[in-house]
Every structure is written in structure tokens, then in C-alpha cells.
Ligand binder design. Structure first.
Ligand SMILES: Nc1ncnc2c1ncn2[C@@H]1O[C@H](COP(=O)(O)OP(=O)(O)OP(=O)(O)O)[C@@H](O)[C@H]1O
Ligand SMILES: Nc1ccn([C@H]2C[C@H](O)[C@@H](COP(=O)(O)O)O2)c(=O)n1
Length: 188
């Protein structure tokens, strides 16, 4: 942990783990934060808290956000504030585009739709129909809102430092690649 403490003393890293629904971003972001001794922040949690406050489920809040840009502006402002404090791993599909002018290490985790649907299915114990809806609808609404509100195309992955397809990789094999990459970037 001494080595990690030194990382924060010197460079206060901002690491972003992005990816579409069910790709595995939370899994890898949490492990990175533990292994590197950095704070963990998820804008998905902020989104879920807002949904709870408004007594809506996630799909309903996404539908409201499609009409009301204030929801996204509020979530993204909070992510930016957290990121600026540094020493953080941010788990968020969308944050990398919002934070693209900060000195971040950004990783995009991919997996094909079939794998993501199956991962959501076994994680959330939902029906196949719900799992497909969650994976496809959330991906679509993120794309449409970011295009409309910010003029950003989230299919453009050129902003990322590492794009990794985990479709055929186990969690530990994918994580080893991600951790080694981050350590190289941090010169550890
Ligand atoms: N390489 C992998 N192989 C198989 N399963 C994986 C892999 N990576 C992650 N998973 C599993 O897939 C499920 C979804 O992962 P996770 O919750 O991290 O995804 P996410 O991208 O954060 O999803 P969401 O956007 O819905 O929050 C979890 O149960 C996780 O254990
Ligand atoms: N303005 C927004 C809206 C959402 N996010 C991120 C955070 C999570 O990755 C995900 C949560 O939304 P959901 O998939 O549940 O619709 O999207 C964000 O960063 N900024």
C-alpha cells in the first residue's frame, strides 16, 4: 500500500473504466481501486440514487433524461467534481467523454451483445427479455442523449488509451491485461 500512497502524493491519477451495459466495467474498476488504493466512484450509483429520490426505476429515469437534459448535466457535473479531486477510479459508460480534457487513463471494456446479455442475466437474475432490453435500451439512450446534449458520438472510441474486448477472456485474464496496462501508464 506504501507504493499506492506514493502514487497519490505525486500524480493523483484519474482512471476511467468505461464500456456498454454488462461489459464488466464495474468489476474491473472496483478491482483497480482496491489494488491501487484509489477511491472508487460510479456515476451509475449517482444515477440510481437520483432514480430512487424521484421514485423511478432506471429505465424510467433514462426516459425522463431523454426529454430533460438537466438529469445528465447534474450527473456529469458531479462526476467532473469527483474526478478533479484525483486518486480515483471512475466506473462509468459516459464519463470518459465528459473528462476528455483532464489527464486521465481511460479504458474501454467491450464484449459482444450476446455475452453482455448473458452477463446481465446471471448477475441480476432477470428474464432474458429484461436483460436484452437493459443492454440495448441503455446503450441506445446514452448514445442519443450524448449526441443531442453534448454533440458527442459515444461510438467514437478514439479518445481511449486502451480498448479491450473481453468477449472471450475470463475475468482474471482481462483484469491482468488492464492492471498491467495501468501500471505501465503510471510507471509502477
Ligand atoms: N470477462 C468476463 N467474463 C465473464 N463474466 C464477466 C467478465 N467480466 C465481467 N463479468 C461478469 O459480468 C457481469 C457484469 O459485469 P459488471 O457488473 O462489472 O458490468 P457493467 O459493465 O458494470 O454493467 P452495468 O453497466 O450494467 O452496471 C458481472 O456478473 C461480472 O462478474
Ligand atoms: N449523464 C450520465 C448518465 C449516465 N452515466 C453513466 C453512469 C453509468 O455507467 C451509466 C448509468 O446509467 P444507466 O446505464 O443506468 O442508464 O451511465 C453518466 O456517466 N452520465
Amino acid at each position: 500500500m506504501e507504493e499506492e500512497k506514493k502514487i497519490c502524493d505525486k500524480i493523483k491519477p484519474i482512471i476511467i473504466v468505461s464500456g456498454p451495459p454488462g461489459s464488466g466495467k464495474s468489476t474491473y474498476a472496483k478491482r483497480l481501486s482496491q489494488d491501487l488504493g484509489l477511491r472508487y466512484y460510479t456515476s451509475g450509483q449517482a444515477f440510481r440514487e437520483l432514480a430512487k429520490e424521484l421514485n423511478k426505476d432506471l429505465i424510467e429515469l433514462n426516459k425522463i433524461a431523454q426529454k430533460d437534459p438537466e438529469i445528465d448535466l447534474k450527473i456529469d457535473k458531479k462526476t467532473l467534481e469527483e474526478a478533479k479531486k484525483g486518486c480515483i477510479v471512475i466506473d462509468s459508460h459516459l464519463a470518459a467523454w465528459i473528462l476528455k480534457d483532464l489527464p486521465t487513463i481511460s479504458i474501454y471494456v467491450k464484449a459482444d451483445l450476446n455475452s453482455r446479455v448473458n452477463r446481465i442475466l446471471s448477475r441480476d437474475k432477470v428474464s432474458l427479455e429484461n436483460s436484452i432490453e437493459e443492454a440495448t435500451y441503455r446503450e441506445y439512450t446514452h448514445w442519443a442523449r450524448f449526441k443531442e446534449y453534448y454533440g458527442i458520438d459515444i461510438r467514437d472510441l478514439s479518445i481511449f488509451d486502451l480498448v479491450i474486448d473481453t468477449t472471450k477472456l475470463s475475468i482474471s485474464d482481462a483484469y491482468d491485461i488492464i492492471l498491467n496496462f495501468v501500471k505501465k501508464m503510471l510507471k509502477l
